[in-house]
Design a protein around this ligand. Structure first.
Ligand SMILES: Cc1ncc(COP(=O)(O)OP(=O)(O)O)c(N)n1
Ligand SMILES: Cc1ncsc1CCOP(=O)(O)O
Ligand SMILES: [Mg+2]
Length: 227
């Protein structure tokens, strides 16, 4: 399959730009419409958007997810749905993101087919080994730092813990939790391909500038890492 589908969206995992990965949370947008905040973030250079909505009715979710998928398409970004394989399929998302309590990867693969991307949250070496063996396409190491955005998170790994786990990953790998403009470069230097953020962009007074500045710091840190 070509990196870009007929609709202009990037479909192959190798072609996804993981640098700055926005996970949405409608409670973090300071009352602003979700689409408005995400569009500003896309203008600032977000490469991946994940629709993460825990409470809404399914009808609301498919409406919002479809609108976000179209927006991502317009900006050449990739679009994922958190947890909900049915919603991902209904709106033709690039893929889904699954945690350790969500649909197991082999079952998700049967439902999604070979071409949609499956991302998996990993907290330790055993989860990395299993996710890779089961064919996850991208790993998200969590939690790097403490965050109030997901209060039920596990004990934070810190930069040293992140570095150890990132070294075990043979697939694209990102990191999440408590990532801000101030620590994004340290996270990239620990060996991941991108940073995932909720509040650093969703709650920023100016989400476009926040996304642009995050991207600049990620690119600088990656360039320095490569020497
Ligand atoms: C990119 C990314 N990484 C981690 C998570 C968390 O997934 P999960 O552990 O299933 O928790 P919920 O987000 O479902 O509460 C994520 N969503 N995205
Ligand atoms: C979805 C998710 N999974 C682990 S932490 C987290 C939330 C991260 O939010 P923030 O970027 O605001 O710390
Ligand atoms: Mg989940």
């Amino acid at each position: 399959m070509s990196p870009t589908g007929e609709d202009g969206m990037t479909r192959r995992v190798e072609a996804v730009d993981w640098s700055v990965y926005l996970v949405t949370d409608s409670r973090c947008g300071e009352g602003r419409p979700l689409l408005q905040v995400v569009e500003a973030a896309l203008r600032g250079g977000i490469g991946v958007v994940q629709y993460r909505e825990k409470q809404a009715a399914t009808r609301t979710m498919v409406r919002e997810a479809e609108a976000l998928r179209e927006l991502c398409e317009a900006y050449g970004a990739s679009f994922f749905v958190n947890d909900r394989i049915d919603v991902a399929l209904a709106v033709d998302a690039h893929g889904v993101h699954l945690g350790q309590d969500d649909m197991p990867v082999p079952m998700a693969r049967r439902l999604l087919g070979p071409e949609r991307i499956i991302g998996v949250t990993v907290h330790n070496a055993e989860e990395i080994r299993r996710a890779q063996a089961q064919g996850a396409d991208v790993l998200s190491i969590a939690p790097v730092f403490a965050t109030s955005t997901k209060p039920d998170h596990q004990t934070p790994l810190g930069i040293q813990g992140l570095r150890k786990l990132a070294g075990l990953c043979e697939r694209p790998v990102v990191a999440i939790a408590g990532i801000t403009l101030e620590n994004a470069a340290d996270v990239i230097r620990a060996g991941v391909d991108g940073v995932c953020v909720v509040s650093a962009v969703m709650a920023a007074p100016d989400p476009e500038t926040a996304a642009r500045e995050l991207r600049r710091r990620v690119e600088e840190a990656r360039a320095a890492r490569m020497g």
